[in-house]
Design a binder for this molecule. Structure first.
Ligand code: SF4
Ligand code: SF4
Length: 349
């Protein structure tokens, strides 16, 4: 658990990293890292499971990537569901022990094995990382969730995991339910608010919008939610939330204000923070600007695993130019939107 001094030092390191990203690309402060594509769920909004899921990097490779990038201050470990890997605790340990400035570690999980989630989380809770954030996917009331996830009993297992996580008391640790709004749970029958999982307070609910991604989710447009119905759910959750005034709350409010613009216009406009504030590393170490844009830069192994050397990859300059010109599908996915907001905070988007 971090001391006050260590917490302050790491937040300062994050602030400095954000400032560097605001000035120039190629020094992202946030890494989204797919540690496996394998997963026990069969979601309708994601077709990773229907392809040949990549198992992800082995532990030695994870350690080597961490060693090559000690400047990272924010890491999102994702999948698939990487906590279902037998070595998940050691993967987390490698990340939290190997990154001296890490201020924020977050990961999503389908929450199907409570013990596995708790075991994977343990090194993070015991570490000096000041902010640890876990999202347990919950796509609606039990019958809706189980249908969308293609797995009977999935919702009750996820709720059990969420309950166990929310019982943990550790400064800087938060566990929330992650509700992805998609065409599969926001159907035409019934009021849109019927998608909200009962017994989950609005403050413990993190909304997300289903997106299409050819290189990652490998899904199709049919998953994208109806804008009007998604906006109605956002309004319902916003109205139920306690009003708090913290820096994170302000960024989240800005995120949802722009999510409205995205749902209404299909675009938020302005500059995107991909390759400046954030970068996406696939399970086979292919580097992409983000989870959505199918514009590979090359393999991280070709630059000795160092993110700061990405400009040496032949496709790097072209990818950055396309990102900055918004010659991409466009999105408002939280993985990239929050870094974008930090990079653009204080300037008009
Ligand atoms: S959305 Fe997540 S839980 Fe569902 S199949 Fe894809 S990786 Fe697995
Ligand atoms: S706006 Fe484009 S480049 Fe930026 S995160 Fe979305 S899809 Fe990726």
């Amino acid at each position: 658990m971090p001391s006050t001094r260590e917490r302050a030092r790491r937040y300062l390191a994050l602030a400095r990293a954000v400032r560097r990203a605001r000035r120039a690309p190629w020094d992202p402060f946030k890494l989204t890292w797919i540690l496996t594509e394998a997963c026990s769920q069969r979601c309708r909004s994601c077709h990773l499971w229907a392809t040949t899921p990549h198992p992800g990097p082995d532990l030695d490779t994870v350690r080597a990537v961490v060693r090559a990038n000690p400047q990272l201050t924010w890491v999102n470990l994702s999948g698939g569901d990487f906590v279902e890997r037998a070595d998940a605790p050691r993967l987390v340990e490698a990340v939290v022990d190997g990154l001296p400035d890490l201020a924020l570690l977050d990961f999503p999980t389908a929450g199907q094995d409570t013990d596995a989630v708790l075991a994977a989380l343990e090194p993070a809770l015991a570490s000096e990382v000041p902010r640890v954030y876990v999202t347990v996917s919950l796509d609606g009331p039990d019958e809706v969730h189980d249908r969308v996830r293609g797995s009977a009993g999935s919702a009750s297992r996820a709720r059990a995991t969420l309950d166990a996580l929310r019982g943990i008391r550790r400064p800087g640790f938060t566990a929330v339910a992650g509700l992805t709004l998609s065409a599969h749970n926001l159907r035409d029958d019934g009021p849109p608010e019927a998608v909200l999982p009962p017994d989950v307070p609005a403050d413990a609910l993190h909304l997300n919008l289903a997106h299409r991604s050819t290189h990652y989710y490998r899904n199709r447009d049919e998953s994208v939610p109806d804008a009007e119905r998604a906006l109605a759910v956002i309004d319902a959750v916003t109205a139920r939330r306690d009003r708090r005034w913290s820096p994170l709350e302000l960024v989240e409010r800005r995120y949802w204000a722009l999510a409205r613009r995205y749902l209404t216009n299909g675009d938020v406009g302005g500059r995107c923070g991909a390759l400046r504030g954030s970068v996406f590393l696939a399970a086979d170490l292919t580097v992409y600007p983000c989870s959505i844009f199918d514009r590979p830069l090359g393999n991280l192994g070709d630059v000795d695993l160092a993110l700061r050397r990405l400009p040496e990859l032949a496709a790097a300059d072209g990818a950055l130019a396309d990102v900055e010109a918004r010659a991409c599908p466009g999105c408002w996915s939280p993985c990239e939107a929050f870094p974008t907001l930090l990079v653009g905070l204080g300037r008009p988007l």
